[in-house]
Design a protein around this ligand. Structure first.
Ligand SMILES: *[C@@H]1O[C@H](CO)[C@@H](O)[C@H](O)[C@H]1NC(C)=O
Ligand SMILES: *[C@@H]1O[C@H](CO)[C@@H](O)[C@H](O)[C@H]1NC(C)=O
Ligand SMILES: *[C@@H]1O[C@H](CO)[C@@H](O)[C@H](O)[C@H]1NC(C)=O
Ligand SMILES: *[C@@H]1O[C@H](CO)[C@@H](O)[C@H](O)[C@H]1NC(C)=O
Ligand SMILES: *[C@@H]1O[C@H](CO)[C@@H](O)[C@H](O)[C@H]1NC(C)=O
Length: 834
């Protein structure tokens, strides 16, 4: 007798059926996918569930007085079988009568399954109507996270949203910016690949191609897909599909000889048995993938190996399994007597499972089986919570464990929270999704050329330390069997010194590397632009770094500075030496006739003339800038003033000797000192005005040459500089003119010729300095001025004093010291011989 199933929630236009209740063991149902081919993995999952249920039933602490039962259905990968199984569970009867419940003595608990997302979606639609808890151990479609559409759906595997993020993270982690995408054209593939694409594009990578594996076609569109893969430079290919649909692609790749691709596998095929097919080894070794978190179930291996064909439970499945596992046949008694086919290997039923190694009894990394195991524990924990309900604790009455409605269990299911023996906590978020935990696996060829999945990292959104993504790159073996990370880019990255210029009409990952323009740098690879160096820096030849600009000034270190400095120092000793001679021979007529004190002053100032050039060498500080031109101007003004005074004295002295002259008072030495003083004073005032109105200052010149900073003294006012120099020129010109006029005066007074000559030399040096200084650059401007100073001073020294010294030193011993002074007779001789 069947009764109407009670509805959960408020649905109009639905049928009402009756249900009869009768207390008895709680039942857990599972829908196992064994496919059309017998699948050892699925069989292992079934046994894992049996193991969990058995262990709980044997444990007196968990749900005492309650025995768990289960029914298992083989859907053979067909939607209608999954649906039939689910409805049979609801009906409680072999025949499916929708909306009716026919086995009233078994309370409804939960359905574990199905595996395929599309099937889960359909069944979750139906189970949601009744508030019947459903826990899928393998459906990852993100559609199923929609709580309004699927109010009673839970799963022990993460939603594909997390997987897509994880796959994108994996791709971006290795810097693969040119990636191919392949996806099955079902809910699983399309949704997943869309998210991957979104994530990798957000991460700055580009999609080289997106192709669909057409499930409706026998060849899955493989020839076209492989052509695209072959033509593309993308090495990394993300494949969001199941293993069954990947095989045609692999076959086509072998046919077309396409190698060197790295597959990034979604969890549906990342730990597939396809890997055991040796043919694909070259294509698949090095594959990376996300896999469901693996766990260990203590005691499972013994349990798995204990099954034997004599067991009643699932007898048909055991027989098939046994025949496949041991490659034998169970021959019925009738056939044994009938046909005597000796070629047939008979199964005895006593074969030892422990003696063989296959996928069924490989518990090294339990993934889906562990997910099933977890699902059973979720149901048990929910039942226990319901059983432990104390009256009054909840706002509603406690359900009876032997007689409850499915939605009452659903309430406890939502609140399930327990810790597995691995330490991982299991709970559901508001969408019924568990925390996302994946292993990152790498397919490696073992020396015996068998493919192994090696865990190389994990993607765990619930990691207690916050390390969502961890990977051990040194544990990965790539396609070529080496440790070098393959490159999957559209354009090679741009080295420093270049910037990425996108090509018109192509993805951003395909670009050109363009060198940085003059004066700009890019200091890291894949720079989108170049930066200008700061004012005091200049790019190195590679344009990858800014180097300090060379600072140029005439220093004591460089050879030019050294030469100039030593020349001026040594030269400055010459006037001192001459002074020494003059002092020693001051009683001689030649010295006396030459205005002894004025000559001494001239010699001292000449020495300073040499020395003042030192102020032009070395780092141009402010003080040096202030002092150098002023010192030069003052010292030279003093020097020329002395010469001017000498010239004037010659003229006055001559005039005095004329009869009737009343100029005697002008021959007084004080007159010469006055001339010196006044001429120098004018220069002094000139300099003072200069310093107070527009003083010189140090300056960095960067315009002349881009790579060099020229440190120099800005004169402050060029006019003042030229005035100062002009004044010196004026003094020298006046001296020259007077000396020229006086050159033919009687010989005893005649120093005029020397002065004429020296002034001529002096003026010509400084006149030629003008164009030279204007054309010189950097430190050579300064060097030019020093050169002019040294040359002009030397000209003065040579013309004014060298002949006299020659006479004093080499001719005096022949002279009579006591004789009447002969004045400048010898000078005349000397000068005329020059
Ligand atoms: C289990 O059943 C026995 C016998 O009916 C009863 O004595 C015992 O209290 C029950 N235990 C619990 C925990 O309900
Ligand atoms: C496949 O390609 C490899 C290298 O690309 C080449 O050495 C080999 O000969 C090709 N094989 C066939 C069957 O074309
Ligand atoms: C058993 O015998 C029958 C009749 O002889 C035959 O048709 C059938 O194929 C045999 N089955 C096996 C498994 O050999
Ligand atoms: C990474 O893998 C290498 C090689 O398998 C191993 O030696 C190393 O200990 C691993 N490192 C970490 C941090 O797990
Ligand atoms: C590149 O230059 C920028 C700006 O000058 C600087 O902040 C950054 O540290 C440099 N990077 C490297 C790797 O030198």
């Amino acid at each position: 007798m069947c009764c109407i199933m009670p509805m959960y929630g408020n649905y109009s236009n639905t049928l009402y059926l009756y249900v009869l209740h009768n207390a008895s063991p709680i039942t857990v149902f599972i829908i196992v996918v064994l496919y059309s081919r017998f699948h050892f993995e699925s069989y292992q999952q079934l046994q894992a569930m049996r193991f969990a249920v058995d262990a709980i039933n044997r444990n007196p602490d968990i749900l005492p007085n309650v025995t768990l039962g289960f029914q298992a259905y083989d859907s053979c990968d067909f939607l209608q079988y999954d649906l039939k199984g689910a409805l049979q569970v609801l009906t409680g009867y072999d025949g499916v009568i929708p909306n009716y419940r026919c086995t009233p003595d078994v309370p409804l608990s939960s359905i574990i399954g199905p595996a395929i997302s599309t099937h889960s979606i359909l069944i979750a639609h139906i189970l949601g109507l009744y508030g019947y808890p459903q826990i899928s151990h393998y459906s990852t479609s993100s559609f199923l996270s929609d709580r309004r559409t699927f109010p009673s759906f839970f799963r022990t595997v993460p939603s594909d949203i997390f997987q897509s993020k994880g796959l994108a993270h994996l791709v971006l982690h290795f810097g693969w910016t040119w990636v191919g995408l392949l996806a099955a054209d079902n809910d699983y593939g399309q949704q997943g690949i869309q998210l991957v694409q979104q994530e990798i594009v957000n991460g700055g990578a580009c999609v080289a191609f997106t192709e669909n594996i057409l499930m409706s076609q026998p060849n899955r569109n493989a020839p076209h897909i492989v052509n695209v893969m072959k033509a593309s430079t993308a090495v990394a290919v993300v494949v969001y599909s199941t293993d069954v649909d990947v095989i045609p692609i692999l076959e086509e790749m072998l046919l077309q000889n396409v190698t060197g691709k790295i597959f990034i596998a979604s969890e549906a095929w990342s730990t597939t048995t396809v890997a055991t097919i040796d043919r694909y080894n070259t294509l698949l070794s090095g594959t990376l993938g996300l896999a469901l978190h693996s766990g260990t179930i203590l005691g499972l291996i013994e349990y798995l190996n204990k099954i034997d064909p004599s067991m009643e439970l699932g007898r048909d499945w055991i027989k098939i399994f046994w025949e496949l596992a041991f490659n034998c046949n169970f021959i019925s008694d009738k056939n044994e007597t009938g046909s005597l086919d000796t070629n047939v290997n008979k199964c005895t039923g006593t074969e030892d499972l422990e003696s063989i190694q296959n996928i069924y009894n490989d518990v090294s990394s339990l993934r889906t089986a562990f997910s099933v195991y977890t699902a059973v524990h979720v149901v048990v924990n929910a039942l226990e919570a319901m059983n432990n309900c104390k009256k009054g604790e909840e706002s509603y009455s406690c359900p009876d464990i032997y007689n409850f409605m499915p939605w009452q269990l659903l309430h406890y299911m939502k609140k399930v929270r327990f810790t597995q023996n691995s330490g991982r906590e299991v709970f559901f978020d508001k969408n019924g999704d568990p925390p996302a935990t994946y292993d990152i696996v790498n397919w490696q060829l073992s020396p015996s050329s068998a493919m192994k999945y090696v865990k190389v990292g994990s993607y765990d959104t619930a990691d207690p330390h916050g390390n969502v993504f961890t990977i051990n790159i040194s544990a990965i073996t790539w396609t070529s069997g080496n440790q070098k990370v393959p490159v999957s880019v559209c354009s090679q990255s741009c080295p420093p010194g270049f910037w990425k210029a996108t090509k018109k009409g192509e993805p951003v990952c395909c670009f050109q590397c363009v060198p940085c323009p003059q004066g700009e740098i890019s200091n890291h690879t894949d720079s989108y632009n170049c930066l200008k160096c700061p004012w005091n820096l200049w790019p190195n030849p590679d344009k990858s770094r800014c180097l300090p600009k060379l600072i140029e000034y005439l220093s004591y270190e460089d050879s030019l500075g050294k030469t100039m400095a030593s020349t001026s120092t040594v030269s400055s000793l010459v006037p001192i030496a001459i002074l020494k001679i003059f002092i020693q021979f001051k009683a001689t007529p030649i010295v006396k006739a030459n205005n002894y004190s004025l000559s001494c002053l001239l010699l001292v100032s000449l020495s300073f003339c040499f020395l003042c050039s030192l102020a032009f060498i070395g780092y141009p500080q402010l003080e040096k800038c202030l002092i150098r031109q002023v010192a030069f101007g003052m010292v030279f003004a003093l020097c020329i003033s002395c010469i001017l005074a000498k010239t004037m004295m010659v003229i006055f002295a001559f005039m005095v000797t004329k009869p009737g002259s009343n100029l005697k008072k002008w021959t007084n030495p004080w007159v010469s000192y006055m001339i010196v003083f006044i001429s120098s004073l004018i220069q002094f005032l000139l300099c003072l005005t200069w310093l107070s109105l527009s003083p010189p200052f140090p300056e960095e010149n960067m315009e002349t040459q881009p790579t060099i900073i020229i440190l120099h003294c800005n004169e402050g006012s060029r006019t003042a500089f030229w005035c100062m120099l002009g004044y010196l020129g004026l003094l020298a010109t006046v001296s020259f003119i007077f000396a020229f006029l006086a050159r033919r005066l009687p010989d005893s007074f005649n120093e005029a010729k020397f002065i004429t000559f020296s002034m001529l030399a002096f003026l010509s040096v400084w006149v030629s300095y003008i164009p030279a200084s204007l054309s010189a650059q950097g430190k050579y401007t300064v060097a030019m001025e020093i050169f002019a100073i040294l040359t002009s001073t030397w000209a003065l020294v040579i013309c004014m004093f060298v002949p006299k010294c020659f006479i004093i030193l080499f001719s005096l011993p022949n002279q009579n010291f006591t004789a009447e002074p002969r004045g400048t007779h010898w000078e005349t001789l000397c000068c005329s011989t020059m």
